[in-house]
Design a protein around this ligand. Structure first.
Ligand code: SF4
Ligand code: MG
Length: 387
């Protein structure tokens, strides 16, 4: 009986149609102690501004916990709770389930309340990935997990994480005379991984606060669509990346323009590219990654050979991975950034090989088929329109 009075509805948060339409109210204000130029602090501000006042924020240990809630001070205007380092997923699920139970029992007013749990790359992509994965299987609870990725354990002095880029100088991977590059792994593809393995998760997106309105609109979409949702944000970090704080915005843009971090969303299995990533998919040349890397002290030890290797890996992402280029296709020859890009349409005509995601052969959503391509995989918006 109580169940009938309970609604699992979400807030309907319409997208902001331009910067002038963004609401003025702030729910993340002064009182934090993040570094000058900290993009993650901007992400927090935009995230909760997009969500609005009926929101609970849960934060796992990391910069956005420690620097934001030093003893007796906090910038959070909405209810906020600290969670353990690997527990953003558990906290999101537990809070959403708790709210649902209280509303069902009539112990609190039944109304949509946004539940957002954030985590850093260490807390989310390394030690918290299991809990996030579990949460994304529970379609009966509404929550958003936002991973703010500053590519290191920045809070504890820039240790290497699974999201640290190839070759970067961290306190765990200092370049030396005997071995110049200590860290030689390519970073995890968190958004792709979460999208590929969680058929109950209706919405996965990548964002960058350099594109603030788009970022806020993806947060609003994720909260509107309901169920468990996941957003991966790439956040330039002046301290960890070693650059002048005034460059944060520019570095965010360069990460997109070089193709290193594609901006997209996957809603109900439909892949849609955004902004400059969409332009690249449609044929615009990617900027060389050296423009991005050489602005950061963590890559100051790179040689021309290292830069060429890094560029080749990004090219490979676009040629081989499922999501950066968005098409299902066989592995093609590597393409240098100077070569004219192949359009998505042209690529699709040659598509006949297995689905490739995160560089691995994986089955995505069984039963979802793509016309003229592999039997399994994402549909781009234009593909869906054609069907
Ligand atoms: Fe922000 Fe990086 Fe400073 Fe942490 S270390 S507060 S992420 S700029
Ligand atoms: Mg981090």
């Amino acid at each position: 009986m109580a169940e009938t009075t309970f609604s699992n509805a979400t807030h309907i948060l319409e997208p902001f149609r331009g910067i002038k339409k963004v609401t003025l109210e702030e729910y993340f204000t002064s009182g934090h102690r993040t570094c000058q130029g900290c993009e993650s602090a901007l992400v927090m501000k935009l995230m909760v501004k997009a969500a609005g006042p009926r929101t609970i924020v849960l934060g796992s240990t990391g910069c956005m916990y420690v620097a934001n809630t030093t003893y007796y001070t906090t910038p959070w205007v909405v209810p906020w709770m600290h969670t353990q380092l690997g527990s953003s997923g558990s906290a999101a699920l537990g809070t959403a389930a708790g709210l649902k139970a209280l509303m069902r029992k009539g112990k609190m007013k039944s109304e949509p309340i946004n539940v957002i749990a954030f985590c850093g790359d260490g807390g989310g992509a390394d030690m918290g990935v299991g809990a996030i994965s579990a949460t994304l299987t529970h379609k009966e609870y509404n929550s958003l997990i936002l991973l703010y990725d500053n590519e290191s354990y920045a809070n504890t002095d820039i240790q290497l994480s699974g999201m640290t880029p190839y070759g970067a100088n961290t306190t765990f991977s200092p370049p030396g005379r005997v071995k110049r590059l200590i860290h030689t792994r390519w970073k995890k593809n968190m958004a792709g991984m979460m999208a590929a393995g969680h058929p109950e998760c209706r919405y996965v997106a990548t964002v960058c606060a350099s594109y603030a309105v788009e970022m806020m609109n993806k947060v609003r979409r994720s909260l509107t669509i309901g169920g468990p949702t996941f957003i991966h944000s790439l956040d330039p970090c002046p301290k960890g990346w070693d650059y002048d704080p005034m460059l944060s915005h520019e570095l965010g843009e360069l990460a997109i323009e070089t193709g290193l971090f594609p901006l997209y969303e996957i809603e109900d299995g439909v892949l849609k590219f955004y902004g400059k990533t969409k332009a690249i998919v449609d044929g615009r040349a990617r900027k060389p990654v050296r423009e991005y890397l050489l602005k950061q002290g963590r890559f100051a030890h790179f040689t021309e050979e290292d830069l060429a290797h890094f560029q080749a890996k990004v090219d490979e992402m676009w040629d081989k991975w499922e999501i950066p280029g968005g098409a299902r296709r066989e592995v093609t020859a590597r393409r240098s950034v100077s070569a004219s890009p192949v359009s998505l349409g042209a690529r699709r005509k040659t598509a006949s090989g297995p689905v490739l995601l995160c560089g691995c052969r994986v089955a995505l959503h069984p039963g979802r088929t793509a016309r003229g391509g592999a039997a399994l995989g994402w549909l781009t918006t234009s593909e869906r329109r054609r069907r």
